[in-house]
Design a protein around this ligand. Sequence first.
Ligand SMILES: [Zn+2]
Length: 291
Amino acid sequence: MDTFNRQALLLGEEGQQILSGLTGVIVGSGGISSIAAIELAHCGIGRLILVDSDVMEESNRPRIIGSRPSDVNNMVAKVEVVRRYINDSMPECDVQAYQRDIEDTSIREEIIGADFIVVGTDNATSRAYVNEICHRYYVPVLDLGVEFVAPDGQIHNDVGKINLMLPGTPCLWCTGHISGELLAAEALPRDEARKRAEEGYFRDVHIRQPSMMPFNGEIASRGVQLLILLFTGLVDVDVELFEQRSFLGINGRKPIQLVRKRYINDCPFCSPLGSVLGAGDGTPYIIASKL
Ligand SMILES: [Zn+2]
């Protein structure tokens, strides 16, 4: 087969073989996750499990490759759009699509059996759940995010993040990549969350922030590079660092920063002692799952 011979020149036949044996879970099928899924399929990853409960909306089309105007009218699930694209373009990749939340216990077995999980949602609940799964079951997680903060039409912050987290290394709570404020807001009914936001308790989680494909694409592509380097062993990946990008240089930030991860003392998720590290399903979950 000549399909991947240009890649094998970089990774070796053995490296390419490793990719074909991998199963990855992709949490979210929006702007960042969909690009990561498509790139992984094009690289020859053997199996992908796509998880996202959302259906296509008109404003998603500029950021989801392969989406069609008719998908919006037909309320096609985002996972189906990505699956359709991969099935057409890279049928070598076996794709499973679940239109569900990642916390749904019916898919937990699939998730914990995977070789890696990519999380690219802007949702704190799914990120917190995946963080716990990583450390309980020893599943590596690639956390990707792009955030432009522009509440009043002015851009106050722009940050992209690529964080490859191995079990037992500082978790997403320790690196500040899960917002407790957002998690609390997401646990409330929509009306209640909006009311609290108006009262100034926390920001309104339903306000849409800016998002564009070229920024999402940079983060997704770098994340996929790190996964390939990690699994093929082409070069060492320093998982003690995460990468941060600034696209616009807001607040004087450099375009690329490498940030050293640190444990928060006695973290219940990742600390070597007294955490859920390696606990499997032997102890109660800290982040609630959905039945
Ligand atoms: Zn931690």
